[in-house]
Design a protein around this ligand. Structure first.
Ligand code: SF4
Length: 244
């Protein structure tokens, strides 16, 4: 079996939603928050792709790219945006984050070693997690993985220590380059804060144990609803109400 990093987060957010969206595929829309994150990440990948070739794209190109993804011209994501007002609100939030991203890059663009680097990590027999490292850059402090967060929640010490995505990237880097990454830098595009994070082998244990439990739950079909306030924005809400 193979799942993506996003599947892992989806499963932990709500196993039943994971079933509807990833196993049964009866609901293909993603939430507006996920839509903003995926759309902005695509734009950031686009920026770094050109930067690695020696070309720094202007902010106007990034905004244009975002609009074509968000308004559906590129048909990349099926985003559940709710009404027009909410769609516009999310769009403005995203443009604000894009500005924050660009202001950090404008005068000191990253020295990119790799971008959008795919990985596939085995966990025991026949179970893999697929994902990608958005950017690896070189700085005077060493080689760094750079991650941009689009969520509004405070990226406090707890999240920094337990962020599964970062641990998977550190494991993938170590497996590919046969050494630990020097730093992981997390930019929160909402608040503008920057966090320097380290991962050691000790941190891999928690992740490995979590993945083993998720694997077992999927195999045993423990796909139960996890009702929270996030249900308000769940695209599978109607199906969920009928679940018995
Ligand atoms: S409405 Fe809530 S409990 Fe139901 S599937 Fe969606 S997230 Fe899960």
């Amino acid at each position: 079996m193979e799942i993506t990093v996003s599947d892992l987060y989806d499963f932990k957010a709500c196993p039943l939603r994971f079933k509807f969206m990833k196993i049964d595929k009866v609901c293909k829309e993603i939430t507006s928050n996920d839509g903003v994150r995926e759309s902005l990440q695509s734009v950031i990948n686009y920026y770094y792709f050109y930067l690695k070739q020696g070309q720094q794209l202007p902010l106007s190109s990034l905004k244009e790219k975002f609009s074509s993804i968000w308004s559906g011209n590129l048909d990349l994501y099926d985003i559940y945006t709710g009404d027009k007002r909410n769609q516009r609100k999310k769009e403005l939030e995203a443009i604000g984050m894009l500005n924050n991203f660009y202001m950090k890059q404008k005068y000191e663009p990253d020295l990119v070693i790799a971008s959008n680097l795919d990985f596939r990590i085995p966990f025991g027999d026949n179970f893999f997690i697929k994902g990608n490292i958005p950017v690896i850059r070189e700085t005077s402090a060493g080689i760094e993985i750079v991650v941009h967060k689009m969520g509004k929640h405070k990226y406090d010490e707890f999240w920094q220590k337990t962020d599964m995505g970062l641990t998977l990237m550190a494991m993938a880097y170590e497996s590919m380059f046969k050494k630990e990454i020097d730093n992981i830098i997390v930019h929160s595009l909402h608040s503008g804060s920057v966090h320097y994070i380290h991962r050691k082998k000790e941190d891999y244990k928690r992740l490995t144990k979590t993945v083993r439990m998720v694997k077992e739950s999927i195999e045993k079909k423990w796909l139960y609803p996890r009702e929270t306030y996030a249900c308000e924005k769940c695209p599978a809400k109607n199906l969920c109400m009928e679940w018995r």
